[in-house]
Design a protein around this ligand. Structure first.
Ligand SMILES: [Zn+2]
Length: 192
């Protein structure tokens, strides 16, 4: 297992975790920004980080890994590859999470639900419901990043590779505006 510092270094090297002064889509300012899709552009990052998660579920008897599209398609693939089981993805059709493409959950199969970053957990809960409706057993939830800082409860074992809260402030309360005196950067707008 890697330490929290080692994982943070990997996330920074991969360009996933940006530190600075950012303008979020909510209009708030923050000192951190996450772009989790960047983990999967290079297999050395996805193999290492998904391996950290697979290790935590190695003895859970997982038979199937499912993640919500698009964010967790590659993650489900890599975690399942390391657990040597199958993987599916769930996708939203007319606003509702569904299994398509002939994906069928065997009755009673022990399923691991994965998501790259858990913020509110909304998509994860939808996939949990979908798995149960289909007759599967949700044996756990796994994410690369837990942005709730360990405050979320899915009612099943939940493990993340790293857990932290991202601070965000209204513009008028932003300490970075006061300290730095610079305008926040909108992530993605400068090719990052
Ligand atoms: Zn600011």
């Amino acid at each position: 297992m890697l330490t929290k510092d080692q994982i943070t270094d990997i996330l920074k090297e991969a360009g996933v975790l940006l530190e600075g002064h950012f303008l979020l889509t909510s209009g708030k300012h923050s000192n951190k920004y996450l772009q989790c899709a960047k983990i999967f552009r290079n297999t050395k990052y996805s193999e290492t980080l998904c391996g950290e998660l697979a290790e935590q579920f190695a003895d859970a008897g997982i038979e199937l890994v499912i993640g919500p599209a698009l964010g967790a398609v590659q993650m489900a693939y890599e975690v399942s590859r390391q657990l040597k089981v199958e993987n599916f993805f769930a996708e939203r059709v007319n606003g509702k999470m569904e299994l398509r493409r002939g994906f069928v959950i065997p009755q009673g199969a022990k399923v691991l639900v994965v998501e790259d970053v858990v913020t509110t957990g909304g998509s994860v809960r939808e996939v949990i419901d979908l798995v149960r409706e289909a007759g599967g057993v949700v044996a756990g939830v796994g994410s690369i990043v837990d942005r709730t800082g360990g405050e979320i409860d899915f009612g099943v074992p939940y493990r993340s590779v790293i857990s932290f809260k991202v601070d965000a402030w209204e513009a008028e309360d932003c300490p970075l505006c006061k300290e730095l005196g610079t305008a926040p950067i909108k992530p993605g707008s400068r090719g990052n």
